[in-house]
Write a protein that binds this ligand. Sequence first.
Ligand SMILES: [Mg+2]
Length: 279
Amino acid sequence: MIGVVVPLNAIFSLHAVFVKKKMGKALWWCLVFTCLLVPLAGAAADWNILKLQTHDGLKISLKNYCESWRMNVELHNIREFQVVPEECIEYIGKYVTSTQYKVDSQRATDECLVYLSTSCNLKKDGLDAWIFDIDDTLLSTVPYYKNNQYGGRKLNVTSLEEWMKKGNAPALDHSLKLYNELKSRGVQILLVTSRKEHLRSVTVDNLVKVGYYGWTKIVFRDPANELASVQKYKSDARKQITNEGYRIWGILGDQYSSIEGIPSPKRAFKLPNPMYYVA
Ligand SMILES: [Mg+2]
């Protein structure tokens, strides 16, 4: 019996050592995974805030990260964003209320005039035309977005329209200067906005109050085409304008949906707007 018991004990203790070893190994691997994966998971979640480096290890600041986000919105590499990334709300707020925003916008309107003076052979027959968008092109919605996390909060159309109805949107000064300069050169001013028809009178009052008047045409979105994209609606409006015989020398807008599509103008100029995206 002894001869049988001893080997059995040995087997049991060997098994125990094996299990212990296995468990030890398992525990060791568990620790390795914990050490490796937990920081990685953290890095994936917050690399842009706490780690301050890109995925390939380049050390950057939050300002670098947000400036790059803003730039790629303007380059139309980032599209269809619903809200400004939470970590960039403060940065975007600072930008749209900064001198840099004014300088960037002024550069865009200055370039419109350079183009007009050097490349446009105006016929001065009442058919030379320029199209302006309204929101964040002629009128600023920055005061509204200031109370809505500068685009960090998802758009609430009802609340935005309530704000528009107050008619207190300020003019963008550089746009007003361009507007008046074009008028003085005999270019017809055509306004094409994605604001809806029911906002017509408050919008007209707001425009006049801050110094815009003497336009030839103003087009609002009627309920019939509210389902189409803004780009389609604005392209259709241009088609109508072209059919009426106007030569569209240029467009100024803050969204690609205001300036892309057929028929294209001879030139399109974009103002900066990192607060929201309209397709
Ligand atoms: Mg606009």
